[in-house]
Write a protein that binds this ligand. Structure first.
Ligand SMILES: [Mg+2]
Length: 312
C-alpha cells in the first residue's frame, strides 16, 4: 500500500503560490525524455545481470528524474566531466547509481565499454558511486545522509570562486530520517543557497519497508517550508511536469531560498510486480524474468506510441 500522504494530486504543485501549468513541450522533447528514462531501466536490467545482484526498484523510481535532469535541466558539456561551470548532481541514494552510469557514458564522461564490466574486479563502476574513480560522479555516496551537506558546500565554494552553477541533490525518502539532512536544510536557508535544489524521491519505501512504518516523515512539505525552503510537489514520472518545474527553477535566478522538489514516485515503476514490493530493494532476475521485465518496459513504450498515434 502506498502512503496516503503521497497519493493523489498535490493541491498546490508549485508550493510557492503559483499554479503549475506544464509548458507545452514539443512532442519530440517529451518522447526523447521518455526514451531516456526507458534507457535507464533497460540498462539497469542489463548491468545488474552482469553484477548478479542490484537495486532495480530504487533506480526505476527515479528513471524519469535522471532523464529530465541529464537531458533537459542540467548544464553540461559533452566529454568534459570536470568543466568548472557545470551543474552538479549528488545522490544521497547512491544505490541507484546503476541507472546513472549509462547517462554519464552517453555524455562522453567515460568510455561506454566500461558499462560492460559493471562491478567486475578492477572496473571503477561499483554498486555505489565513487567520485575518485568515475568521471562525472560529483560525490561518493552509499552511506546516506551526507549529500545535502556536500551540495551546500559546493554552492558555498562556487560562491567564493565567483562561479554560478546549480547543485541538484537527490535524496531518498528514507533518507529524510537522517539528522544531518536537517542540519544541511537549516544551513542552506541561512546561507540563502538559492541555487541548491533538493529532490526527494518520495517512493514511500526504504530498505526495511514502508517509510511511514519505519519512522514517519510527514508532513514532509511542511517540514521543508519550516526550514525556510521553497517547496514543490510533482509527479516524479511525468517528464513534462518535471521539465517544466526544473526550467522554471533555473529561470528564477533571483530566488534566494533553496528549493525542495518532492517527487511522488513508485518504487519499481515500470515492472508491475516490483512496484511497491519492498522485497525488491535488492534483488536479481533469473533470465526468464529478465526477459519478461524487458518486454513489459518495451510494451509500455509501444502502447504509448500507439496512443500518441491515435491522438493525431
Ligand atoms: Mg524510498
Amino acid at each position: 500500500m502506498p502512503t496516503t500522504a503521497i497519493a493523489g494530486p498535490a493541491p498546490d504543485p508549485m508550493g510557492a503560490g503559483r499554479p503549475l501549468t506544464p509548458e507545452i513541450l514539443a512532442p519530440e522533447t517529451v518522447a526523447h525524455l521518455e526514451e531516456r528514462a526507458r534507457h535507464v531501466r533497460l540498462e539497469t536490467i542489463r548491468l545488474i545481470a552482469i553484477a548478479k545482484v542490484g537495486h532495480y526498484s530504487s533506480t526505476f523510481s527515479c528513471a524519469e528524474l535522471f532523464a529530465t535532469l541529464y537531458y533537459d535541466a542540467m548544464r553540461l558539456r559533452h566529454g568534459e566531466p570536470r568543466w568548472p561551470d557545470r551543474d552538479r548532481f549528488l545522490m544521497g541514494k547512491g544505490h541507484a547509481a546503476v541507472g546513472l552510469y549509462p547517462l554519464l557514458a552517453d555524455w562522453g564522461f567515460f568510455p561506454k565499454e566500461l558499462l560492460d564490466g559493471y562491478t567486475r574486479l578492477g572496473n571503477p563502476l561499483g554498486d555505489h558511486p565513487d567520485m575518485t574513480k568515475v568521471p562525472g560522479v560529483d560525490f561518493s555516496s552509499g552511506s546516506i545522509g551526507h549529500a545535502l551537506s556536500a551540495g551546500l558546500g559546493m554552492v558555498m565554494g562556487g560562491r567564493m570562486l565567483g562561479q554560478r552553477f546549480d547543485v541538484y541533490v537527490m535524496l531518498g525518502d528514507g533518507e529524510m530520517q537522517e539528522g544531518q539532512v536537517w542540519e544541511a536544510a537549516m544551513a542552506a536557508a541561512h546561507q540563502r543557497a538559492g541555487n541548491l535544489i533538493a529532490i526527494v524521491d518520495r517512493n514511500g519505501y526504504q530498505l526495511d519497508g514502508q517509510v511511514d512504518e519505519v519512522m514517519g516523515i510527514e508532513p514532509l512539505a511542511d517540514k521543508w517550508r519550516a526550514f525556510g525552503w521553497e517547496v514543490h510537489e510533482v509527479d516524479g514520472h511525468d517528464v513534462a511536469a518535471l521539465a517544466t518545474l526544473f526550467r522554471r527553477l533555473k529561470q528564477d535566478e533571483a530566488r534566494e531560498k533553496p528549493a525542495c522538489i518532492i517527487a511522488r514516485t513508485l518504487k519499481g515503476k515500470g515492472v508491475g510486480y516490483m512496484e511497491r514490493e519492498a522485497g525488491w530493494h535488492l534483488g536479481y532476475l533469473a533470465p526468464e524474468d529478465e526477459a519478461a521485465a524487458i518486454a513489459e518496459i518495451m510494451g509500455q513504450a509501444a502502447a504509448r506510441t500507439r496512443f500518441q498515434g491515435d491522438a493525431r
